[in-house]
Design a protein around this ligand. Structure first.
Ligand code: ADP
Ligand code: GLC
Length: 498
């Protein structure tokens, strides 16, 4: 019995890869025969009618320390795709939605206003969500063997289980696994949050929840979870160093024996060129010629000349510093001197909207972009581009490089975290590899490596063909990842009970 708690689950709500992971992992676990349930906030963006949600419970009382008791209500539904007969699986994945109009009924984003300012009460919102999840289990008398929490939003849950709910007959023995998808966001708030958690100030210390005089939920979660993992083996190692640990590397080193990396998988039902309804023409390794139709369609969509002979570099990314978009900004004018086209889809920091949003005017016919979020365009770029660029500063796993390999769109990546683990550098002498990698996070390293890829495109068709063949055959399945999570849950359960 596994309960997965997260602030995002696809297809209900998504801002990043976290949603892809919680949705696809839960489905893969249910295929293996587990009783998997999901819980997430019922944000106003989730339409109850569209997903046929029903009311499960009118009122659920959630203690919020000095704030007092706050009421939630519970909706219930099923994870789409998990109850269709074509799946080998047995049971559909049940999804619980924690409702509270004040916390989750806002018209902006999941974590911030339309203007991008984080909500001032994110601490209370996600403390509430974490505690409501525990109260829900008690109410339903559902005693999961393992509760799988994700990132800082649900990191308070293992803290509560070890403190306020220690010895509780329903949840007191639940093992917990904390998956860290990103060390940058830690849920660090003013110290007074301790009084809302209501767990006693003795937990506010350098081992537990305190960091630099503030209450840090991720840190507390790392300390209190039975086991901890991240989404690639490289990132699991990296975050134990000051360069990537974002001030929590010491805490992670303390827990090194309980920390591992499991690479995310790809939901190939949604991301395969053979049967992708969102692209101009389906194609496969044997019918690769049709990829050219996708390229032409993408060029048309982005207002670029329809040239089959010119290499196109695609980018689909949150436009934030993590993704190296500032390094790209330094390099991009030089790159556009080459006979190439660049297509960019993304949203994020305001400066990037202005900078990249203006590029199509400055580089007519060479640079196309759409500032915003658009899943169909993401698929068109994966299929239509020749290369896919990810110059990340750090990348816990990264999904797009894996999608792009499946589409025969060759990744050019910075060798960090999951990018390093999933892309193998081209070895010209042996004709091996699935992409191009660079190591230094500089505009020069980026430009040189893009230059190498473009040279290969124009002058070494033999090497390009090999890259495409190998990339398209590569698989990163959720079945593999689910098997590893299964082993980790068992380890956590044994540790908790033993
Ligand atoms: P992260 O979670 O750090 O943003 P990932 O590579 O794990 O990075 O996942 C990003 C996911 O979000 C992918 O599924 C990608 O296709 C999608 N995505 C990111 N930006 C956009 C966008 N502007 N439009 C559509 N999809 C996007
Ligand atoms: C985070 C990371 C990304 C990872 C995703 C899903 O958003 O930035 O690298 O793929 O989580 O685990």
């Amino acid at each position: 019995k596994i309960l997965v708690a997260a602030s995002e689950v696809a297809p209900f709500v998504k801002e990043g890869g976290l949603a892809d992971v919680t949705g696809a992992l839960s489905a893969a676990l249910s295929v293996k025969g587990h009783d998997v349930r999901l819980v997430l906030p019922r944000y106003h963006q989730i339409d109850p009618k569209k997903y046929k949600l029903t009311k499960r419970k009118e009122t659920l009382s959630v203690p919020m320390g000095v704030i007092g008791t706050v009421e939630a209500s519970i909706m219930e539904g099923k994870l789409p795709g998990t109850s269709v007969p074509s799946r080998r699986a047995g049971e559909p994945v049940i999804v619980y939605f924690i409702e509270n109009e004040y916390f989750f009924g806002r018209p902006g984003g999941l974590y911030s206003t339309i203007d991008g300012d984080g909500y001032m009460d994110n601490d209370n919102r996600f403390t509430f969500f974490s505690r409501a999840t525990i109260e829900l289990c008690r109410e339903l008398k559902f005693s999961p063997d393992c509760i799988h929490v994700n990132d800082w939003h649900t990191a308070a849950l293992p803290i509560f289980l070890n403190t306020a709910y220690r010895g509780d007959p329903i949840v007191g023995n639940c093992a917990t696994l904390l998956t860290i998808h990103n060390m940058q966001h830690q849920g660090e708030f003013y110290e007074g949050l301790m009084d809302v958690l209501g767990i006693g100030w003795e937990h506010f210390n350098y081992l537990g929840l305190e960091r630099d005089g503030k209450t840090n939920l991720l840190k507390g979660g790392i300390y209190h979870s039975t086991l901890v993992n991240t989404v690639s083996e490289s990132y699991a190692r990296e975050i134990q160093t000051p360069e990537f640990g974002m001030n929590l590397d010491g805490v992670l080193r303390e827990r090194a024996a309980d920390l591992c990396g499991i690479l995310n998988g790809v939901d190939y039902e949604n991301w395969s060129p053979e049967d992708d309804p969102l692209i101009a023409s389906t194609y496969s390794l044997d019918k690769l010629a049709n990829k050219a139709l996708c390229k032409a369609d993408m060029q048309r969509t982005f207002g670029l000349p329809e040239r089959e002979d010119v290499p196109v570099i695609g980018i689909v990314s949150r436009l934030v510093k993590q993704k190296g978009i500032d390094i790209l900004a330094e390099a991009i004018c030089g790159l556009l001197e080459l006979d190439i086209q660049i297509v960019l889809l993304g949203a994020g920091e305001v400066w990037a909207h202005f900078f990249y949003g203006d590029m199509p005017n400055r580089y007519k016919g060479k640079f196309g972009c759409y500032i915003g979020y658009d899943n169909t365009l993401a698929h068109k770029i994966e299929a239509g581009a020749d290369f896919f660029l990810m110059p990340s500063r750090f990348e816990p796993c990264g999904l797009n490089q894996m999608y792009s390999m499946r589409y025969g769109t060759i990744p050019i990546v910075r060798a960090t975290g999951g990018l390093n683990d999933t892309v193998e550098n081209l070895n010209e002498a042996e004709n091996t590899g699935t992409g191009f990698k660079f190591y230094d996070i500089t505009a020069e390293a980026l430009s040189n490596t893009v230059g190498w890829a473009i040279y290969t495109y124009y002058n070494r068709k033999d090497l390009m063909e090999g890259l495409i063949q190998r990339a398209m055959k590569k698989r990163f399945t959720w079945a593999d990842a689910a098997e590893k999570y299964e082993a980790l849950y068992i380890r956590a359960i044994e540790k908790r009970l033993g």
